[in-house]
Design a protein around this ligand. Sequence first.
Ligand code: TMP
Ligand code: ASP
Length: 244
Amino acid sequence: MTYLPGDLIYEGKAKKIFTVQNRADLLWQEFKNSLTAFNGVKKGEFDIKGQLNRDISAIIFRYLKNHGIRCHYVDALDSNIMITQKLKMIPLEVVVRNKAAGSLKKKFDMPEGFDINPPLVEFYFKKDELNDPFMSDDHVVMLRLLTYEQIQKLKTTSLEVNKFLKKFFETVDITLVDFKVEFGLSEAGEFVLGDEISPDSCRLWDKATGEKLDKDRFRLDLGDVKTGYNEVSNRIKKVYGEKL
Ligand code: TMP
Ligand code: ASP
């Protein structure tokens, strides 16, 4: 299938989104080399970042699709393009946590790596101007984003995604500490996984050494960012295949 980009409709911190010519049902997503942290306050970039995140995301979406999870992924083109199903995005960041780190560790003064069992699902309102604030279920209903019934469904789906992702990363000797996902609604009104799943949106620790291989390297100045992302990509490609 040949796809051609149409108009630029949105530019975010890590991606540019275009229409696809003659395909109103699809989007053309270009993964950028830039990365930001703390709501865009800290900025950086490295040469193959867009390509690595596209590759990692594509492999993960294909894995999840094979396990029955609805994902927006359609195809991967060139070095940093992903063709996706167009969705009506829900303005929520859904975070799932298996171990304490980041904002949760800070909020409750927990030891880093403390096991969270059962895993925790949290919602954040996707609004840069407000710094993506935490939301309770009641807040989500108050803003008419979802019904209580839909919230339950979204939590169940997110925990299922966690179960498959944990297994996916365990196979390459990586501990999935936590991650953020975003969902949209299909024409048929079903929840579909959108956005990306990459070292930008997951905390990934080497199982043997605990070394951080994700965006915390950039957030916390822990060492070369590209080395971490490359390590994740190489391990995944060795097991799940190079072909994109
Ligand atoms: P947090 O501990 O900072 O709340 O982050 C939880 C997870 O969500 C972590 O894997 C990083 C990811 N995340 C994003 O993908 N985007 C964001 O804007 C934030 C704050 C976190
Ligand atoms: N994604 C946010 C930003 O781009 C925050 C983060 O990931 O730390 O600034």
